[in-house]
Design a protein around this ligand. Structure first.
Ligand code: SAM
Length: 277
């Protein structure tokens, strides 16, 4: 091996340890947009570290990008998810992978001052932005907790509703994540999963695929300065489970009456299940 190649290899190995998002950018350069996006998925054993580093890095621009890339539809999607949780005034809910806390805020509004909503996430920079929103909107019954979705620091049967918005796709073991959500839900409580999926209509699916592999990474890269993160997004959606597979995982986790609701031509899907008694 030539010495410059050797130096490149070592440098890349060191970078892989400290900044997986940066490494993905290096690896992805020089390929067309679809190849870049397809190659943007980390190896399963690297997924948790990759995802955490990615959200730590894009946190300051995350909310702005959500609004731009979804043409502000993301608030409406989360409102549907919050409705499906059927949280009553005084209820107790957990929103995992809460990020900057938008769904948790939506739930806290419903739970009211006598309720309690916890938003958990493993990215401290994302939670700090959630804390700022909470202070600006003076929401009393909302707490943020730094926690891994695969090892929730809560007892069994603790929450009336457990939700996740655009987070379960990023968890290293999706089925284990759903099991953990079900574990901490009270019998008869609701588990709600809001996530991107592939549209059912083939024409819309083709348009959506074009947008997500061509426009989205460019816009996301431009605004966040982290193009690799926005190459990862469409790839992770493409590689994600089907609606039916998610439903089966929920049923295996002990959830019954699982419903599937398509939003925006099925590019976004809400699954809702009820924990068996
Ligand atoms: C796309 S963001 C969604 C944030 C928020 N729920 C929303 O609707 O905007 C995904 C979030 O999941 C978090 N996340 C991914 N895997 C996680 C895990 N294993 N444990 C905790 N948080 C995780 C990331 O840190 C990130 O904040």
């Amino acid at each position: 091996m030539q010495s410059c190649e050797f130096v490149k290899l070592i440098t890349n190995r060191i970078r892989r340890r400290i900044d997986p998002v940066f490494v993905m950018t290096i690896q992805a350069s020089g390929k067309n947009s679809t190849e870049r996006a397809v190659n943007a998925l980390p190896a399963p054993e690297e997924k948790a570290g990759y995802v955490q580093a990615m959200f730590d890095a894009i946190a300051p621009r995350y909310d702005l990008l959500n609004s731009v890339l979804s043409v502000r539809m993301h608030h409406g999607w989360r409102r549907v998810a919050a409705d499906k949780a059927q949280l009553k005034s005084g209820g107790v809910a957990l929103d995992i992978c809460t990020g900057t806390g938008d769904l948790a805020l939506e739930l806290a509004r419903r739970a009211g001052a006598k309720g309690l909503v916890i938003g958990s996430d493993f990215s401290a920079p994302m939670l700090q932005l959630g804390e700022k929103k909470k202070a600006q909107r003076s929401v009393p019954a909302l707490e943020f907790v730094l926690a891994d979705a695969l090892k929730l620091p809560f007892p069994e049967n603790a929450f009336d509703a457990v939700t996740v918005a655009f987070g379960i796709r990023n968890v290293a073991d999706v089925e284990a994540g759903i099991r953990e959500m079900a574990r901490v839900t009270t019998p008869d409580g609701k588990v709600v999963i809001l996530e991107f999926n592939s549209p059912r209509n083939p024409v819309f699916a083709a348009l959506y695929q074009w947008y997500s592999f061509n426009v989205l990474p460019r816009l996301g890269g431009l605004i966040s300065g982290r193009r690799a993160a926005y190459n990862y997004l469409p790839s992770s959606v493409k590689a994600f489970y089907s609606r039916e597979e998610i439903k089966e995982m929920m049923e295996r986790a002990g959830l019954k009456n699982v419903t599937i609701t398509d939003l925006t031509f099925g590019s976004v899907v809400v699954h809702r299940g009820v924990k068996s008694k």
